[in-house]
Design a protein around this ligand. Structure first.
Ligand code: HEM
Length: 380
């Protein structure tokens, strides 16, 4: 299903549930045990439960990324951006660099790791990214996925928890979940599941948002010129850039399965039958010409921008949306201010990561300062 109305209905309507027990094919034993996705959607976590269980799991995560927490985090976000931009400023004029590896990825990875109290040294942050990529890889075998999601990820997080307990850490999301565990409100599996969802959701999406916005602006010179004109007039155009990037190239490829609790008519006479599983393909929906005028054009400030569904709808709507927006807005403003002549390396950055749920490229080669451009000011 690829119309915006049908997608919004499936995401937001309580006639669709997330618990796999509502999937008729699964209940009837028709899903092969070695189907790689099965292990991910079978577990009982934030994205695979409904009602009271889901609310209980979501509460601590939502509190940890409340608007107040996001405001408190902003100076840290600024500091990380400044450091990463200094690194880019050291790249000689005319030399390309992978903006994804050097800027768009380390920013959200550092922010989410800070939120979770993951130590900066010791390589654990890079390891969590590697585990996230492996967990999201739709080309992995069932055996590999089981090894990643069932063994390596939990073992790494259990070691982190033990380490943090020993150090007496407190006041971060990991320790808030541990407190809920100690109080009997969450099980060990639920704590690990929440951590995995927050780690993956907290950085594998924001990196793609930043890259999509950069690609959108650099492939649409008229949009970049309009953004610069608004900035020169004292406006802040970056929130509009972020909303348009969310629409134009959604960081999520498919919002994972929901199951119909009853027959639900969607559009054009189509009906989703009781017990059927539905994926919501966000990028296709957000290029739907019935929902968005000239959907392939990147146009920040478009009147229909608010119709995007990139953060989902309803009970599972992304609790990290305001954090992602803050990170992307600040990152983009500082990047384009620091490197006014930033340019894409033509013909690169088109290969996508092999994932059913994440929509992003493997790399984003750019030249921060084309050879003929003026020297850059310190990132500050
Ligand atoms: C551009 C960035 C992001 C996008 C596009 C995005 C998108 C989404 C979407 C579409 C969902 C709903 C899934 C569903 O309905 O089945 C979701 C859920 C979630 N996201 Fe995000 N997300 C982003 C950033 C973040 C960040 C920064 C965090 C954490 C700091 C985060 C944590 C979560 C969590 C924990 C859930 C599960 C919520 C639930 O099931 O109740 N996300 N996200």
């Amino acid at each position: 299903m690829t119309t915006r109305e049908a997608g919004a209905l499936v995401l937001g309507d309580p006639r669709f549930a997330k618990d796999i027990e509502h999937w008729a094919a699964y209940r009837d034993g028709k899903i092969p045990a070695d189907w790689p996705l099965l292990f991910i959607i079978e577990g009982k976590g934030l994205l695979t439960t409904d009602g009271d269980t889901h609310r209980r799991l979501r509460r601590p995560v939502q509190q940890a990324i409340s608007p107040r927490r996001v405001r408190e985090l902003t100076p840290r976000v600024e500091a990380v951006i400044g450091r990463l931009l200094d690194g880019l400023a050291a790249v000689p004029a005319g030399q390309p660099v992978d903006l994804q590896q050097e800027f768009a990825l380390p920013l959200p990875l550092e922010v989410i790791c800070h939120l979770l109290g993951v130590p900066e040294d010791g390589g654990l942050r890079a390891q969590l990214h590697e585990l996230s990529m492996a967990a999201m890889n739709s080309e992995a075998t069932a055996e590999d996925t089981l090894h990643t999601v069932g063994e390596r990820f939990p073992a790494t997080l259990m070691a982190l928890i033990e380490d943090k307990r020993a150090r007496g850490d407190e006041d971060d999301l990991t320790m808030e979940l541990v407190a809920a565990l100690d109080a009997g409100e969450l099980s060990v599996a639920e704590v690990i599941g929440n951590l995995v969802t927050t780690i993956i959701g907290g950085h594998e999406t924001t990196v793609n948002l930043i890259c999509a916005a950069v690609r959108g602006l650099l492939t649409h010179p008229e949009a970049l010129a309009a953004v610069r004109a608004r900035q020169a007039a004292g406006e802040n155009p970056w929130p509009d850039v972020v909303e348009e990037a969310l629409r134009w190239d959604s960081p999520v490829r498919n919002v994972m399965f929901r199951y119909a609790l009853e027959d639900v008519p969607v559009a054009d006479g189509a009906v989703i039958r009781t017990g059927e599983a539905v994926l919501v393909p966000v990028p296709a929906i957000q290029r739907c010409p019935h929902a968005f005028t000239e959907p392939d054009t990147f146009r920040p400030g478009r009147p229909d921008a608010a119709r995007h569904i990139a953060f989902g709808i309803g009970a599972h709507r992304c609790p990290g949306a305001s954090l992602a927006r803050v990170e992307a807005e600040l990152a983009l403003r500082r990047l384009f201010d620091t490197f006014p002549d930033l340019a894409l390396v033509p013909g690169t950055g088109t290969e996508r990561v092999p994932s059913l749920s994440i929509n992003g490229s493997r790399e984003l080669p750019v030249v921060p300062r084309p050879a003929a451009a003026a020297p850059v000011a310190a990132a500050g």
